[in-house]
Design a protein around this ligand. Sequence first.
Ligand SMILES: N[C@@H](CCC(=O)N[C@@H](CS)C(=O)NCC(=O)O)C(=O)O
Length: 165
Amino acid sequence: MGRSYQIIMLENKVFSCFVFYSVLLVIKMYIIAIITGQVRLRKKAFANPEDAQRHGGLQHFREDPDVERCQRVHRNDMENIVPFLFLGAVYSLIGPSLAVARAHFLVFFLFRMLHTLAYLCVLRAPMRSLAYVIAQVPCISMAVQILTAVSSYACSDSIGDHVNL
Ligand SMILES: N[C@@H](CCC(=O)N[C@@H](CS)C(=O)NCC(=O)O)C(=O)O
């Protein structure tokens, strides 16, 4: 690996920590996609007529509540994990302490895992909602910290203060 890789990843421990949890969450999303495909096969509910034809006939070109549940898990992940990938990456660049940053990433990771578990296993309400809300807390916290760190740059009057000549 080149020196630039070391500078970004290894010399920024917060960023490395963020990458660790982010990649796990991306893998989790891939696993949801695989599970969705498996449920389609098991329930014989296909999204496309050509798939249904291959697996027994056009009557299998239909919707299924279990497949739709998997799709909702995936959609909810996209609504939440994708913003986390942005917020976490920028947050890593504003110099938070490793312990605090790790706590943010870990809480998000654990409660998104719980959200998926609660959704797929139909755990009793409000387990899924609680997991969703708790996972939002570190995201809101990161968003506020990022805005605080960069707010002065958003004001055109102070641009000159930050120019490095
Ligand atoms: N797009 C979401 C926005 C709010 C949200 O993410 N709520 C959480 C906790 S109630 C959830 O698990 N929603 C179910 C879902 O998105 O399928 C919705 O329609 O519910």
